[in-house]
Design a protein around this ligand. Structure first.
Ligand SMILES: CCCCCCCCCCCCC/C=C/[C@@H](O)[C@H](COP(=O)(O)O)NC(=O)CCCCCCCCCCCCCCC
Length: 252
């Protein structure tokens, strides 16, 4: 009996060790995933100056938009967003999901076709990979994924311009809401618009927002925005023209 017990005990210990091992493995995997997420999107003392400069490096000699720095710019913006409070988690999660879709294309069997936004459009159009009407069976295309980030780039441009030109008494939440209503809001259902505008109310005043940007004084922040904005605008305009030419601006 005792033998059984110890055997049973041993087996139980074995099972619990195995469970524990699987548990640890699961925990380990979860921790590894969380760690890699934190490394990619955590607040590693984001440097917004570098992030916005990344967008400047997107254009190649043919004025095509390089995918890698474009995605790197968005990853940097998400890192910054993650310092604005958990209320924006639903936003950063959506952005991360879209960035990861594009990173998969960029590391997949046709990665060269995704080197630039222009090559992506040509490849996906030529191979009939773009869903022109809502057909959930088909895999999500790069064109529709980038279109969502492209629309957000207009919001970013309007928001940064509003911050740059607003006076010291301008309210970040108002600038953010106005920029959102003039851009992304047109593509979001009521519930998303509601959640987003509520989240905007938690934004600090302009002074505190600039401080969180960690780019020096207010004057230095305004100067940095003035340097970055023309490049962001150029990216937006080139993408808008590309999508308009291929009638892709309304992809579902
Ligand atoms: C500083 C605070 C910034 C707040 C962010 C403002 C943008 C608000 C976007 C609201 C998105 C809501 C959640 C997603 C909704 C999606 O349904 C919707 C449609 O996608 P689907 O067709 O696949 O469903 N997704 C989208 O429209 C894409 C949203 C991507 C948002 C990226 C936002 C990154 C923001 C980075 C802020 C950086 C500020 C820098 C300041 C110096």
């Amino acid at each position: 009996m005792a033998g059984d017990w110890s055997r049973r005990g041993g087996r139980r210990r074995q099972v619990s060790r195995r469970r524990a091992f699987i548990g640890c493995a699961e925990v380990g995997k979860k921790e590894a995933v969380a760690k890699s997420f934190a490394m990619a999107y955590g607040d590693d003392g984001h440097n917004l100056r570098e992030v916005l400069a990344t967008f400047k490096s997107c254009l190649d000699e043919k004025s095509e938009i390089l995918m890698d720095p474009y995605l790197a710019g968005w990853k940097g913006l998400v890192r910054f967003l993650n310092t604005m409070g958990t209320i924006f988690t639903f936003v950063s999660k959506d952005a991360v999901a879209k960035i990861q879709i594009m990173e998969e294309f960029r590391s997949g069997p046709h990665k060269e076709s995704y080197r630039t936004l222009q090559s992506m459009v040509s490849y996906e159009m030529a191979n009939n990979l773009v869903d022109m009407k809502k057909n959930t069976e088909r895999p999500v295309s790069g064109c529709r994924t980038i279109l969502r980030l492209h629309r957000a780039l207009l919001w970013l441009q309007l928001f940064l311009e509003g911050l740059r030109t607003g006076g010291t008494d301008c309210r970040t939440s108002v600038v953010c809401t106005d920029s959102y209503n003039a851009s992304l809001a047109n593509y979001h259902p009521w519930i998303i618009r509601k959640a987003t505008t509520i989240a905007f109310c938690t934004l600090p005043n302009r002074e505190a927002f600039f401080e969180n940007m960690k780019v020096g004084s207010n004057e230095e922040a305004v100067e940095m925005l003035g340097e970055a904005l023309p490049h962001i605008k150029k990216l937006y305009d080139i993408t808008q023209e590309l999508y308009s030419r291929h009638k892709l601006l309304d992809l579902p």
